[in-house]
Design a protein around this ligand. Structure first.
Ligand SMILES: Nc1ncnc2c1ncn2[C@@H]1O[C@H](COP(=O)(O)OP(=O)(O)OP(=O)(O)O)[C@@H](O)[C@H]1O
Length: 932
């Protein structure tokens, strides 16, 4: 209801000037509204704004505008404080609009300058400008620093208390903070890539009328209000706004609104200020829209706070009392542009931003309206400052003291008309709002301090310095200002009788001098008094310091003594520790040596143990062999005894028979004798005959192979006189006596005696090997018996075959070992040779049987009948000699994949003597030739 009424009233008003007469009363200033028109973006654009005068513009609705359709071609005239045509330069805008605000700032007044307008109308251009055509903000900073340059307080003398106020620090505290900052600054190098906004010396002027008896400090803050949230653009952190925390607006002790926790940087030069500004500008949210390539999507507020405090009567240091501080601030606000979404065609985030921008601008507008109504009608309607952050923050400017100025930026092209007219209406309304004037705070006057004391002090200091210099006598010094009682005496020359006016002048001059002298006296007395009290303070302080010094010296001496004692203890402890370390290292070395010795001894011991075990085993083996040999010997002796006993018995029998025959009849007797003799012979032959040659009886298992072997044709034709089992010439009987049908590996040279003779017995179920080149021939043959066959001529040139037999025992290394346990000797000799009989006999006598019991005794000596019987087979006698009970063990062992022949004699005893062993060894060696 209210807003409709005020709208109606607004429409009634054509120019802001109309109502001004009523409002300009008392200590209040109206909001000053300026209008700046930007150049037309394109030459083809049609303008809807015409400048009627330096303060007035005329707005003509284009036929395309919405208001044209509603209201017709009604032109509107708007008056401003000043209208800046499109060709106005930045300096002019600054001089007219911002310079008075900076002057006010320096004098302790608050100021607010904001740019308002449609998007793309030149608000940012006006406020910030471009690097070589800078806008209002950089110019404000340039001129401010140029003005206060020499009057600046040292950094950190004024320190923000985070509650929108400042503390005053002593020079020492400030210096400490500066040193800390210097240290920090060294590690964080400054970024100098920002465009330079500094202006040339000639461009920047100085503001007159500054109070030189004050010290100044400049602080800046830079915030943005985006989507109705406040962000600190100068906050420490990465240069992205996304992560910045939202700040709150609060009220300080003096009921002023401020952004709580905002970063407030103390600035000492325009360049530093630009760096801070660019730091914030990089974070400010800008975006490309259809109407502006770089459109501000937030309201930004750059605030310059100037703190000033009077210097003491000596004109040197700031008075350390925060009550005397004068704080003024100038807020430079670049509002985001109002935009109609149907024109911008914004969507998504841009649309939301536009909605928030328009809403906050609407709140600003309604606040201004209500404020104006309150001021006009003296009502107290509540102004909705809190509805938007921007109005909440500006509350003090409108309700407190200060100067508010607004630059309305407008793009004169016809397309912007509908929005521009809204801006103009707002501007018109805002110009009617009044703001109370700022009060200038002059703390010095309340303190009774002299004006110009700083300059006086400076001059006096210079003079004092100069006096001390050797060339002082040549210098002209002006100490007048300090002790001057006023200007020189007026002329006392009496030139006429009408000299009363001269006397009056002189009296006045003298009175002025007297009063000045009195003032100086008072000042001197004050100073004397102060000096005295200061001297007293200093004296007291000095006494305190002295007594403190004495106690401190005592403490220091005690501490030194303690230190010395501690150092001595530390040194002795170090020495002890060193000696312990040395001992420890010695002990470690000794322990290591002992350990080494121990290991060596353990090794020796284990070696000895092994050797002993080995020796023990060898001895055990030898012992066992010896025992076995002894047993064999005993057996042999026993068998010899038995044999002898048999022979004796036989002889006795023969003798008995002969005796019986001799004692019997004549013819019959001879026949009986013959019969008896034949019986004896038959008995003997049956009992003692061995197949092949000996008449002695053999156990059945030894005889079987030969007896069962088929007889040759020649032998079949032999008369019945040939003995049973004699098959020496029959090749069918050439099977080895001990071949018991188990699997055999038959190892024989290829050029052995031709087959078909008794000299090459036939071993059934055997695998024949010519040459042993691979142990697999033995190991993998699945045979359990091994037979090595050798043939050679004996000393008489007779052929002799030897069969060395053994068991194949697989070894854990994958090889095999052959344990020889039997030897067969096959010999052939001619019966015509006499001496052969004796040899044969000896050969027969040396035949032995294996320990597994094949035979129990020796063959009896050849009888002539035996020999004769054999000679009937074609003149050559063949004899099978079984040599057994072999006490020798020969073994093949596989070592590292190669077949070696190793001979180990367990124990040896044979009737053939050692020769036999040697020859066995020779034969084996012979057959090992050619093995890998
Ligand atoms: N007075 C002027 N003289 C020359 N160029 C201008 C002037 N005013 C504005 N411009 C140009 O117009 C363009 C838009 O101006 P600017 O960005 O200042 O608009 P804006 O009102 O800040 O827009 P927004 O509200 O979208 O941020 C810029 O390229 C700027 O250089």
């Amino acid at each position: 209801m209210k807003s409709a009424k005020s709208k109606q009233r607004l429409n009634d008003m054509r120019t802001p000037g109309r109502s001004k007469q009523n409002l300009f009363q008392g200590e209040r200033d109206p909001v000053e509204v300026y209008c700046r028109l930007r150049p037309m973006p394109r030459d083809t654009d049609i303008s809807c704004i015409k400048i009627l005068s330096p303060t007035t513009i005329l707005l003509t609705p284009p036929s395309t505008a919405v208001s044209y359709r509603n209201e017709g071609a009604k032109t509107m005239k708007y008056t401003f404080k000043e209208v800046f045509p499109p060709d106005t330069n930045q300096q002019d805008v600054f001089d007219k609009v911002a310079l008075p605000l900076v002057e006010g700032l320096v004098k302790g007044k608050n100021g607010l300058l904001f740019t308002y307008g449609v998007t793309g109308s030149g608000k940012t251009f006006t406020m910030t400008g471009e690097p070589h055509n800078c806008g209002v903000l950089p110019r404000c900073l340039n001129i401010l620093f140029k003005t206060i340059n020499e009057l600046q307080a040292h950094k950190y003398v004024f320190k923000p208390d985070k509650m929108n106020m400042f503390d005053v620090q002593s020079e020492a505290e400030a210096m400490l903070e500066r040193q800390q900052e210097l240290h920090k600054f060294r590690s964080n190098k400054k970024n100098n890539s920002n465009p330079n906004l500094a202006m040339s010396e000639a461009e920047v002027t100085k503001i007159d009328g500054i109070n030189e008896d004050n010290q100044y400090a400049v602080f800046v803050t830079y915030i943005e209000i985006y989507n109705n949230s406040v962000f600190d653009l100068l906050e420490d952190g990465p240069p992205i706004t996304k992560n910045l925390p939202v700040k709150l607006i609060r009220e300080d002790a003096a009921n002023k609104m401020y952004v709580h926790g905002v970063t407030e940087i103390e600035i000492k030069s325009a360049e530093e200020a630009f760096d801070a500004f660019y730091l914030g500008l990089k974070r400010k949210r800008m975006a490309h829209t259809t109407l502006n390539a770089e459109s501000s999507r937030s309201h930004s507020v750059f605030t310059i706070r100037l703190v000033q405090a009077p210097v003491d009567e000596m004109g040197e240091a700031v008075i350390q009392n925060k009550e005397f501080l004068a704080i003024s601030q100038l807020s430079l606000v670049d509002l985001a542009g109002s935009e109609r979404t149907n024109r911008t065609k914004n969507t998504g985030q841009r649309l939301r931003e536009a909605g928030n921008i328009n809403k906050s601008l609407m709140t600003l507008r309604s606040c201004m309206e209500i404020l104006r109504e309150n001021q006009i009608n003296s009502t107290k309607n509540m102004v909705p400052y809190r509805e938007s952050k921007i109005t909440h923050l500006f509350k003090n400017y409108f309700e407190g003291h200060g100067q508010v100025r607004m630059i309305v930026c407008a793009n004169p092209r016809a397309e912007d008309y509908d929005e521009t007219i809204q801006v103009m209406r707002f501007a018109e309304m805002a110009a009617e709002v009044e703001v109370a004037k700022s009060q200038i705070n002059n703390a010095a006057s309340t303190l009774g301090l002299m004006v110009g004391r700083r300059k006086a002090n400076r001059l006096f200091t210079t003079a004092r310095e100069n006096i001390n210099r050797p060339e002082a006598k040549d210098l002209e010094m002006d100490l007048g200002l300090v002790y001057s009682l006023g200007p020189d005496f007026p002329s006392l020359e009496l030139k006429s009788s009408q000299a009363s006016h001269i006397i009056k002048e002189l009296i006045a001059h003298l009175e002025m001098r007297i009063s000045r002298r009195e003032t100086l006296k008072r000042s001197k007395a004050l100073k004397d008094e102060k000096l005295r009290s200061m001297l007293l303070d200093i004296e007291k302080e000095s006494m305190d310091v002295k007594s403190e010094n004495v106690s401190l010296r005592g403490q220091l001496a005690a501490a030194n003594r303690r230190n010395k004692a501690l150092e001595e203890r530390v040194t002795s402890a170090e020495n002890t520790s060193l000696s312990y370390q040395r001992k420890l290292s010695e002990m470690t070395e000794y322990t290591t040596a002992l350990k080494r010795d121990l290991q060596e001894k353990e090794l020796l011991l284990s070696q000895n143990k092994l050797d002993k075990e080995k020796q023990k085993k060898i001895l055990e083996r030898k012992y066992h062999h010896k025992i076995a040999a002894e047993h064999e010997k005993a057996k042999e002796i026993h068998s010899e005894k038995q044999q002898l006993r048999n022979e004796v018995e036989e002889k006795e029998n023969r003798l008995r028979i002969i005796a019986q025959a001799l004692n019997g009849g004549r013819g019959d007797n001879i026949g009986d004798i013959k019969r008896s003799t034949a019986e004896i012979a038959a008995q003997t032959s049956i009992r003692d005959f061995t197949p092949g040659s000996t008449p002695r009886a053999l156990p059945a298992h030894l005889l079987t192979p030969f007896t069962s072997a088929p007889q040759t044709r020649e032998s079949r034709g032999t008369p019945a006189t040939s003995r049973r089992g004699v098959a020496v010439a029959n090749p069918r009987h050439k099977r080895s006596l001990s071949a018991d049908g188990k699997g055999w590996v038959e190892h024989a040279p290829s050029k052995i005696v031709p087959m078909g003779t008794v000299m090459k017995p036939n071993i059934t179920n055997s695998k024949f090997v010519n040459k042993l080149t691979n142990v697999k021939d033995i190991a993998n043959s699945k045979k359990s018996k091994y037979c090595l066959i050798s043939q050679e001529q004996d000393t008489d040139g007779e052929l002799e075959t030897k069969l060395y037999k053994g068991d194949i025992v697989p070894t854990c290394g994958g090889g095999a070992q052959v344990i020889f346990n039997d030897v067969e000797m096959l010999k052939q000799f001619s019966p015509t040779r006499e001496h052969d009989n004796s040899r044969r006999t000896s050969a027969n006598t040396c035949a032995r049987h294996s320990g597994k019991r094949r035979d129990t005794g020796c063959s009896p000596p050849h009888t002539p009948s035996n020999t004769n019987a054999k000679t009937q087979d074609g003149g050559s006698s063949q004899e099978l000699i079984i040599s057994s009970n072999i006490p020798y063990l020969y073994s093949f062992a596989l070592n590292a994949g190669c077949l070696n022949l190793s001979t180990s004699v367990l124990c040896g005893e044979s009737k053939t003597g050692d020769n036999c062993v040697e020859r066995l060894g020779e034969n084996l060696k012979e057959y090992s030739v050619g093995l890998p």
